[in-house]
Write a protein of this length. Structure first.
Length: 214
């Protein structure tokens, strides 16, 4: 696939992000063009290129590991979609983080739990179990961060109902790496409190979690 074809296909909806990601995995020489696409003036090309990189990080993170700093910088993007994609890619790259790069940005990454947007917080929570499994030495710090979601203040775009949704996501995350958690009592107490959550779906997640660990 020639370079000009990539740009044209991304701009004309001729290929999905997943299919292009598969092409790049087979031919890593195409990767520079995808990074160029992220810088394109065409918004369709920019966002599709970013989605391609996220798909690659899910399927074959090794290809992107040398570019981890790029995604770390993208966490500071003013564009929320880019930020969400960067959160996901960084989370995926922890599975092959042989140089412990994530350790250095841990505080920055988890600072997004205080973001104004529920979706931003949700992306952090949704990636946390994956990171804890990949970086077990960080599992206790991750657990401490997630437990604090119960105490984050409500905001314009993070209502109490939003918090209830996030608390359900936290329960699911704990369930995925519970065997790695040292202070299990704190987690169990947290989950038991959600038995009184006003959101039925979150309450159900708490009940299922507690039943599973009995």
């Amino acid at each position: 696939m020639e370079k000009i074809d990539i740009v044209e296909k991304l701009g004309k909806k001729e290929i999905t992000a997943l299919d292009m990601a598969k092409n790049v995995i087979k031919n890593p020489g195409l990767l520079p063009e995808i990074f160029n696409g992220v810088r394109s003036e065409n918004s369709r090309i920019r966002f599709k290129s970013a989605k391609i990189l996220r798909a690659i990080s899910e399927k074959n993170p090794e290809i992107l590991y040398s570019k981890m700093d790029f995604f770390t910088d993208l966490l500071d993007s003013e564009n929320r979609i880019f930020r969400w994609i960067a959160i996901d890619v960084v989370g995926n790259l922890t599975s092959i983080d042989s140089k412990n790069k994530f350790d250095k940005i841990f505080k920055k990454y988890y600072s997004f739990l205080l973001a104004e947007s529920m979706i931003t917080v949700a992306h952090i929570v949704d990636n946390s179990a994956k990171i804890a499994r990949a970086r077990p030495h960080l599992a206790q710090m991750i657990t401490s961060e997630l437990l604090e979601i119960e105490n984050i203040p409500t905001k314009q775009h993070l209502t109490q109902e939003c918090k209830n949704i996030l608390l359900g996501k936290v329960i699911l995350a704990f369930g995925m790496y519970f065997d790695q958690i040292e202070n299990k009592d704190s987690v169990i107490s947290f989950v038991k409190r959600q038995l009184n959550n006003t959101r039925n779906a979150t309450k159900a997640k708490a009940e299922k979690f507690l039943k599973k660990i009995e």
